[in-house]
Design a protein around this ligand. Sequence first.
Ligand SMILES: Cc1cc2nc3c(=O)[nH]c(=O)nc-3n(C[C@H](O)[C@H](O)[C@H](O)COP(=O)(O)OP(=O)(O)OC[C@H]3O[C@@H](n4cnc5c(N)ncnc54)[C@H](O)[C@@H]3O)c2cc1C
Length: 357
Amino acid sequence: MAAALHLSAAGVRVRLVTEGGKAGYLPGVPDVILGRARASRFRVPLNLPQIEVVAGRAREVRPKGVRIGGDWMPADAVVAAPGLTLARQRADPAAGPLPCWDLPSAARTTARLLDLERGTVAIVIASLPYRCPPAPFGLAMRLSRHLRERGRGVRVVLTTPEAHPLEALGPEPGTHLLQACASVGVEVRLGWAPAREALARGRLVGEDGKPLAAELVLLVPAHRPSPLLAPLAGEGPLVPVNHQFETHWAGLFVAGDAAASPYPRASGAAIASGKSAAQGVLARLGLSEKEEGSLPQLDCYVGHGGDIYSRLSVRYPEGPPPVGHPQVLIDGPSADLGTEFGEGFLRWLRARQPGAR
Ligand SMILES: Cc1cc2nc3c(=O)[nH]c(=O)nc-3n(C[C@H](O)[C@H](O)[C@H](O)COP(=O)(O)OP(=O)(O)OC[C@H]3O[C@@H](n4cnc5c(N)ncnc54)[C@H](O)[C@@H]3O)c2cc1C
């Protein structure tokens, strides 16, 4: 949407193709898991007066157009931003770990959580990279508070493959998350990753073959490239791009979580990459000079339970990594930041549906 708005403001005719003509708000996932909101609250029709929204599933993207179903939609340049896809596993939700890192899968976990009276819930981060690095820690803290307030004797354990959380951002954010988790009784197991092949069969064991004892496992699954971009992806799930988010196919740009940028998978990075890709399109069409690209401003909100949130803000004053280093500011936890997080959703909604409440 950032790319579309930037191009439209420059006088370019834009068509925005998205499934069902809708946009999704992923920071709503924990609310859905905890049964505080329905998934439909966070998946809304796009109503953008200045942009033509095409409801459909793109099947193929090329520099000169997009295939939607059997139809070919020609274009002078294409920006693809389909996000990331979650790895699938054996379809036996009663026996295995429950994926929970998008809105439909989050909705399937709620009833199972509400049924749990005692035992252990494990939140397992399968691998890196994943969307919004601090968010599983926030989910664990909110879940722990939520279950305690309901008198359930349920312990919450979080596992991460990292030796220290959010390592790429330096030691402070991880230390903040570990201390916050300890203060609400969440046990964090560092350096623990599930064995990949067993997980694909729906079994959760560590790489040492030992099982993780838990009555219920919520899984942040491995992230895969969108099928739309699979031919372009590198070794991991991300698509290699240049500083203007152009792929090796001139005229085809990839923005958002799917692009192999040096930033975390967060919406501030997605917005900046959309603007950079739009600048790249304008340069390729001869409508402007090449520009340096936009630096992201990341603000991730971490729930501590009871509508208390902290905020991790990441800036890049020295330029993009690896030359520039991330500067991290930690605010809160406080109830004011909880209010700010709620207002963030309303701003997101109104940007997609002017007049929405
Ligand atoms: C639990 C959670 C909490 C988060 N919290 C924060 C936070 O506090 N702060 C923050 O900055 N970031 C947060 N994020 C990360 C943020 O949501 C993502 O970085 C951001 O949404 C990425 O935007 P995107 O446009 O690349 O992808 P997405 O948001 O995934 O959007 C991709 C869109 O493309 C559509 N699409 C996919 N394939 C096709 C196709 N073939 N044809 C048509 N349409 C298609 C999808 O339906 C979707 O609407 C969070 C993420 C999660 C999961």
